[in-house]
Ligand binder design. Structure first.
Ligand SMILES: [Zn+2]
Length: 453
């Protein structure tokens, strides 16, 4: 018997995670994500899988970001009939994220006049197969024994440790690792007994700054924007970033650190995701449990208005300033934020606050780099608003966090495979793990299968 791991996506690139662990009898996929951002190619998302989905016995999701789940309904379309495993919050997030992306993919396919990657029926077929497992509860797939640990990245995110009954070795897939300490989530758990790590390396060569001062900076930006008297626009990703902002705003208003001005959460997806964060509040960090008990809902406050319908969204225009609008998409590459940007970017009293990574070529990046005009809905809009950048809110572990994560298992570890990172950061991290921890680290090649001892 031989244990192998194949890298079918998320090798040499951040997105599109898709790994295949096999003992020759049982085939387990870990994640099945969309390739996104500047790696985006219609071809690779629409291509046939390099294995036969009919031969796969199980699919394990580490967490509900689209670059880890977004291609999974295509597995169903192509004949996959195994079990699907994740944590309970991931199941709920999966449901809203896949419904949202199915709609986007369908509209995109119509525009390009090609058949969609999958249909709603395939999404439903996938969801019907989901079996949830809590952190620290073992479950078996063939001769493999699996267990989830908290990755601290987004709600429900998991590191999955898979041991094999015959080899007695542990194969650990990290998914994305969190940037602990997070304002909302427990710290990333330590894994001390990995023989093989298949780990992320997004920020393998970078350090995050400002983590301690992020809340002060947020407060200062809000106060400056209120002084200008206009609208503060915050393009934000609907999962995690939005909930952190709501939690921070709620506390700052409560403490009298910022004036009580209207805040609009203008994103149907973010509204749904926030409900899931509320439902699973016992998965949030221990320090918050007292607040949750007292307040019930730590994401809601008197001056927050959730605008689900289009009409409610349009009515924000008539609300008095100063006001705050949180809306997707996080890189201003679509979604309702564009309507507000169209309205307020040419207003010198307004502010746009960037809270996340802005990919090269995105409109958010143009704004962040000081662009004087942008095109929205085919119209040129001059940028007169103040553009502010808030750092320190990354959901990913940085270079030092990643080295520390490996240090806990370095004496037992045989090999670390550095996936889910660009070649530069992944190689940098490989060198560092070798130099600092004497660990053998490999940057895997896409499409290649490695035999594990
Ligand atoms: Zn992620």
């Amino acid at each position: 018997m031989e244990i192998t791991v194949g890298f079918y996506g998320g090798a040499g690139t951040v997105t599109g995670a898709n790994f295949l662990l096999s003992d020759g009898t049982t085939n387990i996929l870990v994640d099945c994500g969309l390739t996104q951002g500047k790696d985006f190619c219609d071809k690779c998302n629409f291509d046939d899988f390099e294995y036969d989905p009919k031969d796969i016995h199980a699919l394990i999701f580490t967490h509900a970001h689209l670059d880890h789940i977004g291609r999974a309904p295509k597995l169903i379309k192509d004949g996959f009939n195994g079990g699907v495993y994740c944590t309970p919050p991931t199941e709920d997030l999966l449901t809203v994220m896949l419904a949202d992306s199915e709609g986007i993919l369908k509209r995109e396919a119509e525009r390009k006049n090609i058949p969609p990657m999958y249909s709603k029926g395939h999404v439903d077929g996938l969801l019907q197969k989901v079996e949830t497992h809590e952190y620290h509860k073992k479950f078996e797939i063939g001769d493999f024994v699996c267990e989830f640990f908290d990755a601290g990245h987004i709600l429900g995110s998991a590191i999955v440790r898979i041991t094999h009954k015959q080899t007695d070795k542990s194969y650990v897939f990290t998914g994305d690792l969190g940037n602990s300490p997070s304002p909302l989530l427990p710290n990333t758990e330590v894994i001390a007994d990995a023989d093989y790590l298949i780990m992320e390396s997004v920020y393998g060569d970078r350090l995050h700054e400002d983590i301690e001062h992020r809340e002060e900076k947020l407060r200062d930006i809000i106060l400056r924007s209120i002084e200008r008297g206009g609208t503060l626009m915050i393009p934000a990703f609907s999962m995690e970033r939005t909930q952190i902002l709501l939690y921070n705003l709620s506390n700052m208003m409560e403490a009298g650190e910022i004036p009580k001005i209207p805040v609009f959460l203008d994103s149907p997806l973010a509204i749904k995701v926030t409900e899931i964060y509320k439902k699973y509040s016992k998965y949030l960090k221990q320090d918050l449990q007292g607040e949750i008990k007292k307040e019930g809902d730590i994401f809601d406050f008197d001056f927050l208005e959730k605008t689900e319908s289009r009409d409610a969204s349009k009515a924000i225009l008539h609300a008095e300033t100063p006001k705050i609008i949180i809306a997707g998409a996080g890189m201003s590459h679509g979604g309702r934020i564009q309507h507000h940007e169209m309205q307020y970017l040419d207003d010198p009293k307004s502010t746009l606050m960037i809270v996340g990574y802005q990919a090269a070529g995105s409109m958010g990046r143009v704004l962040q780099d000081g662009g004087k005009k942008v095109r929205i809905f085919n119209k040129e809009v001059p940028v007169k608003a103040t553009i502010e950048t808030l750092s320190g809110y990354s959901a990913h572990a940085d270079r030092d966090n990643l080295v520390e994560f490996v240090s806990h298992t370095s004496t037992k570890l045989d090999t670390a495979f550095l996936a889910m990172g660009e070649p530069g950061p992944a190689s940098f991290l490989a060198q560092r793990l070798h130099d600092f921890l004497d660990v053998k680290a490999i940057v895997p090649e896409k499409g290649k299968t490695y035999t594990l001892k």
